[in-house]
Design a protein. Sequence first.
Length: 272
Amino acid sequence: MKATQEEGVSPMETQPVKRRISVIGIGAGNPEYMTVQAINALNRAQVVFLPNKGADKAGLLHLRHEICDRYMDGEACRFVEFDIPERSKAGAYKTDVKEWRAKVRQIYERLLRDELAEDDVGAFLVWGDPSLYDGTLGILDRIHATGAFDLNVDVIPGISSVSALAARHKVALNRIGESLTIMTGRQLAAGFPDTGGNVVVMLDTQKGLQEIDGDIHIRWGAYVGSPDEILVEGKLRDVRDEIERLREVSRETHGWVMDTYVLSPDGGSTGD
């Protein structure tokens, strides 16, 4: 039987799918955090991919639409919404994240293959900064590494929740001659780092604040930069219960909470 063209081509000889992607940092919740570079990149896109994380986090999808409505000049762009699966929390953390990213990678591959033409530019709008605590770049790297896709990726930095929090509390994060540590609440629960400098904690889902010394000074914020912004500052022993209360109220009200905080080990000094 004569082989068809598809049957006669080995997988190694198959040409990878060429796609151009902009990964755009949209800031930490305020549409005015969009940089000029981000706005220009958004207006060069023919397709904008918008993640839908369900009814509880509908506000995140709404914000992305609001940004597009505010800053995009023309109507030639097409919007493609896609569902993001919920990450399992049943097993080991790294295993759960690895399995979740594999599922998201399959979704991205479908979007790139079926929703974007070779001559078009697609855009992913990433909360905060794509290079800080986000998996989009890692997932795209993995797709490119498979050889099935030849991706030309442009990364546009954004105003992260860390930068926004420091600005709203009117402090500098660095201190002379000392380290600045950025970590997760999961890591904090294992112990406060012995670095001497300020510690920034992102997405504390493990209630790491319950495990550390109450003499530490905290600058905490949720929904920073948005109309729902909440800021708290003080000795941890004095404000810990209030922060936990605000977290619970926020989850009940909005269905989700994104908070970040800075811990200073010597009474709140941030500049020296």
